[in-house]
Design a protein around this ligand. Sequence first.
Ligand SMILES: Nc1ncnc2c1ncn2[C@@H]1O[C@H](COP(=O)(O)OP(=O)(O)O)[C@@H](O)[C@H]1O
Ligand SMILES: [Mg+2]
Length: 246
Amino acid sequence: MTRSRKCISEGESSAVLKLQGIEAGYGESMVVRSVNLEVKPGQIVCLMGRNGVGKSTLMKTIMGLIKPRAGTLHYEGRELTHASPERRAHAGIGYVPQGREIFQQLTVEENLLLGLEAAADRRKKLPESLFETFPVLRQMLSRKGGDLSGGQQQQLAIARAMAAGPKLLLLDEPMEGIQPSIVMEIEAIIESIKRDREIAVLLVEQSLEFATSIADHYYVLDRGTIAASGGAEHLSEELVRKHLTV
Ligand SMILES: Nc1ncnc2c1ncn2[C@@H]1O[C@H](COP(=O)(O)OP(=O)(O)O)[C@@H](O)[C@H]1O
Ligand SMILES: [Mg+2]
């Protein structure tokens, strides 16, 4: 399939993802309002904010699972504001929803092969590099997803989203509900993604410590709008007190 490149405009081209004036919600209720956000190639961008402010809603809107009421979304310079989730996946956006949502009854291998369906080049074989990042999954290929530990399921969810070779990975609270010892494994995976700088990551993360250590840039969402943003080195206690503590 050849895709039209006619909507590339100057200025959009340096960002992997660019949101301008995005509004989205459910039924009558508007959850996300006038969100401007940018992810540059190879960057790790952290999206922070209290529970219920709209972080997951924004992630779903980026993946096309919720239709925006207003605003535009550009991915690699192409406007995908109204594209289907499938088209976004084919274009190179990988998504790990909050709560993982792997297929419990399918094997690890079947789960990974489903992720491969998003590959633009229609390849049929799982890339070897996937098992370099997730060695634990190689030994578990024939196990049912539901038989894996929480941490392994999270690794499977991330591996599935990476199977097709995305350029942008959306990770919604990947450390949530995982034992502290396993959190470090997931953090190490995100760190290895950052080292390679081939995939940009938009990460919803509650831990200020991890956000400060890993992120290049941060956004704080408060009641649906971006209340603060900047280089991760500027993430401060004050900001946290103001926008992140309950
Ligand atoms: N499917 C849904 N239908 C209606 N309202 C929803 C739905 N999902 C989330 N919401 C509401 O949208 C708001 C933002 O939720 P969410 O995006 O999940 O926040 P966060 O991820 O920041 O915790 C909340 O008030 C929540 O109750
Ligand atoms: Mg959420």
